[in-house]
Design a protein around this ligand. Sequence first.
Ligand SMILES: Cc1cc2nc3c(=O)[nH]c(=O)nc-3n(C[C@H](O)[C@H](O)[C@H](O)COP(=O)(O)OP(=O)(O)OC[C@H]3O[C@@H](n4cnc5c(N)ncnc54)[C@H](O)[C@@H]3O)c2cc1C
Length: 134
Amino acid sequence: MLLHLLSPVVTRTWASDKEGVELDKAKRIVIGENFKTKVPNIYAIGDCVAGPMLAHKAEEEGVYVAEFLAGEHPHINYDCIPGVIYTHPEVASVSKTEEELKTADVGSQEGHVLLPGQLACSGLIQGAGKDASL
Ligand SMILES: Cc1cc2nc3c(=O)[nH]c(=O)nc-3n(C[C@H](O)[C@H](O)[C@H](O)COP(=O)(O)OP(=O)(O)OC[C@H]3O[C@@H](n4cnc5c(N)ncnc54)[C@H](O)[C@@H]3O)c2cc1C
């Protein structure tokens, strides 16, 4: 069973019926390697497990489990999963935050990139990056 339930409330209600499914303090399902719960044949992905509650993250995890169950050897790199907020204008981010780099003691530089031409004229799109080459 591949589990991706909507909210912590739903997760808690569902898990209370399933002996052995462990929840953390935030009422998310605890998973181990390959998204396995403590109960054999139950896998959990997406919002009901730890990590950002983003559609792209849930999708990548779903693909991972599907490939794993098909006998493949999937790999997931959370640094490559973009976070997209479908507002207007849209906002997106990818890879580590400045705080995460500081915690890992990795140097970073802040830079801002204004896109040229029509995009910039629309006033809707502005890129901001943190890259030593900027
Ligand atoms: C208002 C809103 C805006 C969002 N905007 C963004 C955004 O801009 N960008 C972004 O990346 N993410 C956004 N998200 C988050 C994104 O929707 C979730 O991270 C993503 O849908 C999580 O996928 P999931 O598969 O874990 O859960 P879901 O997509 O919620 O799927 C859970 C499924 O389980 C079903 N279900 C629940 N209970 C049961 C049950 N008891 N039995 C059977 N089925 C059940 C539900 O009907 C649902 O189909 C937004 C979320 C909300 C609420």
